[in-house]
Ligand binder design. Sequence first.
Ligand code: ATP
Ligand code: MG
Length: 405
Amino acid sequence: MQENLSNGYEEIILVRIGEIALKGANRSKFYNQLIGNIRYRLRDLGRFDIRQSHTRIWIKPKNEIFPAQEILKRVSKIFGIVSASLVRTFVAEPRILREQLLDYANEVISGKDKLSFKIETRRVNKNFPLSSYEVSSAAGSLLLEKFPTVLTVDVHNPDLVFSIEIREKIYLFSDKIDGPKGLPVGMGGKGLALLSGGIDSPVAAWLMASRGMMLDTVYFHTPPYTSSRALDKVIRLSQILSRYLGNHRLYIVNFTDIQLELNDNCRNDMLTIVMRRMMMRIASRLASQLGFKSLITGESLGQVASQTLEALITTEKASEHIVFRPLIGLDKDEITRLSRQIGTYETSIEPYEDCCTVFVSRHPKTFPSVEDAKWAEQDLDINHLITRGLESVTTQEIFLRDHLD
Ligand code: ATP
Ligand code: MG
């Protein structure tokens, strides 16, 4: 994968950007953030020249080694990127295009019996002597003539697309990996995501990060009622998320004393909602300490008794911050699909209980009003419980772990 000028071409990675391009006056900030994020993600792979031009970013190696496949894999997890390709670039002359296309096709099809293809040409450089149409048809004929037993043309559903872009140089590529789209992390403010070990909350965190939000996570741990393996699972979920979120922190609240106090002093049918309000209060205070402006949960309307509209309102009232619930309108199948796509699903379904399954109301009140909740909380010293929760917080640094993928 080295830079290969001896063969008359250079290899670079072309990154395509989508929505970022719509951001008007803010555009350069978005580009700078995205380039910074890319640079950071590639920092252990060598030195690169990373530049933006129009709605594209080019990644060029500054040294000999160019681990293109690893770069593409990482780029596919950076929010703000629509797609990326490994591209060969060479002098914009028809003769050189012919030579390079033949060499390239020879490599791409080696070992294959039959392949259908099409050529897509874009000519930006109007000084090039042939039109896009002329380039495509000449290139198609050339390939058919040189590889008659392997290649056939299929313009509707080809196995392979040879893309030729004619600018000041020619750019030739055939493969495209998809990026996660969205906006670069760092452009959407900061939030604290309540991360349980379940399927939903990692997806919720991921969705907010996809809008450019920078996140830390918080987990309410109830040892020994929930095992250290439940905590370990949340740490691993945070590690998987770090491929998208970057380095971040997981705050672990020891929730046991608080939970026991709630159990002893609160009506059983209100236990779940009072517990959720306590989590909100502690998370909200923690967010204030961190200077974060929002909380994120994995709630989805109607999914369980604590997620009716009334329950959501009553839970939210305990927070001083805006609460984002990006899953609110999604059904479980869709959430599960996203969870598989992100890579958290297999970990989320490991069977370690979280506190919500240990300490539950036997018959939870389905439509608890704020008044019901305040009534149920009247024997609790709320401020004292918040302070205890905050004092119990331990912090786990979650480092991006590309090398473990
Ligand atoms: P999940 O699949 O994310 O666990 P859930 O469907 O099990 O969600 P609940 O248990 O009602 O739903 O929790 C709703 C949300 O509250 C979770 O998505 C998460 O954001 C937060 N939450 C619940 N339990 C915890 C916990 N122990 N620590 C941190 N956040 C939690
Ligand atoms: Mg849960």
